[in-house]
Design a protein around this ligand. Structure first.
Ligand SMILES: Cc1cc2nc3c(=O)[nH]c(=O)nc-3n(C[C@H](O)[C@H](O)[C@H](O)COP(=O)(O)OP(=O)(O)OC[C@H]3O[C@@H](n4cnc5c(N)ncnc54)[C@H](O)[C@@H]3O)c2cc1C
Length: 597
């Protein structure tokens, strides 16, 4: 059973040595309290909570699952008590607005803590995770009364939140949704319809649940332009903030599913439930988009989380499990066989996991910082960060979850047949990881967003914003020891721009070309983006080795892992390049009637 140990050394390396977080937050108004010491102290506490409270509930939660009875949902043993502790320790308030009870720490720090919570127990982390979405929506679009009534309680953690978007006939295409909102004389709305797949829609961990619901007003235009956003509380809330009567929103059932079994996935029926409009009428989807980036980075963290946990399990097993001898002669001469970590193929899998997890960590932390810059800075600085977020978020969401799932599979493989057996916990990681490529926009939908809205839609400007960072890095890093990495990165940067132009030209003649190239383009972009972060980490490691301050083994391992990434993972781009350049015909020519005979 992989027991989670927070990789604090690596986390601190990225936070401080690569991303220089203290200097960043000292330069952002409102975040001056976020010193390195304070951030480290918070991360240390988060690690203890994740390791000691949440990790022991991960496997038992999977085995027990959630139970539905008569509209109520019981979460697995220990989940509610852990949530109580989470609230008592003030974790829900960490990155929230101080005007409503939050601690005003950077959202970046919230992401670092989410990584630890999610790696220890992703299912448990879904409950507070969904609340973050509700908090962000209300912070950005709620009126003062709504903030006092709902936001304060969500930030306190005594209530939790949901995001009710999906209906049985539509998930990706929310323009088709049918849930209705009828205006009432008292200024509220009567919400009716059925939402499916609602995470944390019902549970026994908090006294009230605040549903954030997408619905249509009676005169709303068709499609995405006619969607509005509503608050629908499980219990109505009296003027003094106390709980009133039960609202007409109920959990009809929960789904039986492949993974994240301890996270309740609910069918929610709204039967003229009392709701309150958030933001302007018919602008619901636009309002949702303001926090969509955060939610998508939250799901990218899931890819990192499962990759990291699987790596921790696989590494421990590979050092322990004996099988045959190393091809270059015994390494464990006094034992009957060598541990499997001596074998090149096992190392291939472990290093793939390590390179993906550490690279993804740097990528995600960087992205989370851009969110704080958008929030706290203004002018050109905020605009640049916003542009980077817009471009990189779909890449992070899809690429890190796809490669996180790959990593989880490697973990099973390292365990051999035991990986397939439940008691080791490795197969659970694969099952839990699978959903990350589906919700919050599938990989296919992220890829369309990247190539369509972000790259071609901006006339290449968003991509140029990021490639100029790569160019700047390459120009500034001339140390011979990392020259091969820098040179390779520079070539990829040029090729990425060329490929983007080619897809743009092809799509002008035939729009199907963009869709046909999309996922390969996104994966290509993901590998190049991770190469940038690996090159940055290698540059820091090389500088530390050159300065020879004490034990340099951590930095040497970084350099060797960077080399592995550039030699063995980055070349996967060649296959993606060839596929995306092959055009749309090989996908579109087969008539629908000829798919099967
Ligand atoms: C465990 C779980 C938890 C969830 N939690 C929530 C939640 O809390 N709140 C919520 O609102 N929803 C939630 N969801 C729903 C989830 O977000 C949707 O399932 C997801 O967005 C996909 O929508 P769909 O299932 O309708 O698939 P569809 O939209 O029907 O997609 C089917 C396939 O078609 C592809 N596709 C669709 N359109 C296009 C296109 N234009 N171009 C190319 N490919 C396309 C998709 O990529 C996918 O492969 C959850 C789902 C699950 C399973």
């Amino acid at each position: 059973m992989p027991e989670y140990k927070a990789p604090l050394r690596d986390m601190q390396f990225v936070m401080h040595e690569v991303l220089d977080s203290e200097a960043l937050y000292q330069s952002l108004p409102g975040y001056e309290d976020a010193t390195a010491d304070l951030m480290n102290a918070i991360v240390d506490e988060g690690a203890k909570f994740a390791e000691n409270v949440l990790s022991p509930l991960n496997h038992s939660g999977d085995e027990e699952g959630c139970k539905w009875s008569d509209g109520e949902v019981k979460t697995p043993e220990g989940f509610a008590a852990a949530y109580q502790q989470y609230v008592e320790n003030g974790w829900p308030a960490l990155p929230a607005d101080p005007n409503y009870g939050g601690q005003g720490m950077p959202a970046f720090l919230g992401s670092v803590v989410s990584e630890m919570i999610g790696t220890a127990n992703w299912s448990w982390g879904m409950y507070p995770g969904l609340s973050h979405g509700a908090v962000n929506t209300l912070e950005a679009h709620g009126d003062e009364e709504q903030k006092q009534k709902y936001l304060t309680r969500l930030i306190e953690g005594t209530w939790t939140g949901t995001m009710c978007l999906t209906e049985s006939h539509c998930g990706s295409d929310l323009g088709l949704l049918r849930t209705k909102a009828e205006p009432q004389a008292d200024g509220s709305y009567a919400i009716s319809g059925t939402k499916i797949f609602i995470s944390a829609g019902e549970h026994d961990m908090a006294e009230n649940i605040v549903h954030i619901v997408l619905a249509r007003l009676p005169d709303a235009p068709e499609g995405t332009k006619g969607i509005s956003l509503f608050i629908v509380p499980k219990f109505n809330v009296n003027a003094d903030g106390s709980l009133g009567e039960r609202n007409a929103v109920h959990c009809d059932s929960i789904e039986k599913k492949m993974g994240i079994k301890a996270s309740a996935t609910c069918v929610m029926s709204f039967d003229n439930a009392k709701g309150y409009l958030i933001g302007p009428p018919n602008k619901g989807l636009a309002c949702m988009f303001t926090f969509m980036n955060t939610a998508r980075i939250g799901t990218a963290i899931q890819g990192l989380a499962h990759g990291e946990l699987s790596y921790q399990g696989a590494l421990a097993y590979a050092k322990d499990r004996l099988s045959m001898r190393s091809l270059s002669g015994p390494k464990n001469e006094n034992g009957p066989a060598d541990p499997i970590i001596v074998h090149a193929d096992v190392r291939r899998m472990l290093l793939t996991q390590k390179a993906l997890a550490e690279g993804s960590r740097a990528f995600i932390y960087f992205l989370a910082q851009q969110g704080d810059i958008v929030h706290a800075a203004d002018g050109d600085r905020a605009k640049k960060a916003d542009d980077l977020l817009a471009l990189l978020t779909p890449i992070a969401k899809a690429f890190i979850t796809e490669t996180g799932f790959e990593s989880a599979n490697h973990g099973v493989q390292v365990f051999g047949g035991h990986g397939f057996i439940s008691e080791w916990g490795m197969e659970q990681i694969v099952r839990d990881a699978r959903i990350s490529m589906l919700y919050e926009g599938t990989t296919g939908i992220q890829a369309l967003d990247l190539i369509g809205r972000k790259v071609l839609g901006s006339g290449g400007q968003l991509l140029l914003g990021f490639t100029s960072l790569i160019e700047e890095f390459c120009g500034a890093n001339t140390d011979e020891a990392i020259a091969p990495l820098v040179e390779t990165l520079g070539k990829y940067k040029d090729e990425w721009l060329e490929l983007s132009m080619k897809i743009g030209e092809a799509a002008m003649k035939n729009p199907d070309e963009a869709g046909a190239a999309a996922v390969d383009y996104l994966m290509y972009s993901g590998y190049v983006t991770l190469a940038y972060f690996w090159a940055r980490m290698a540059a820091v490691a090389q500088a530390k080795i050159a300065a020879a301050e004490g034990d340099t083994s951590f930095y040497e391992a970084k350099l060797m892992t960077a080399q592995f990434y550039f030699d063995r993972l980055l070349p996967r781009t060649a296959a993606h390049k060839q596929a995306l350049l092959s055009g749309a015909d090989n996908l579109m020519q087969l008539p629908e009637a000829m798919f099967a005979f």
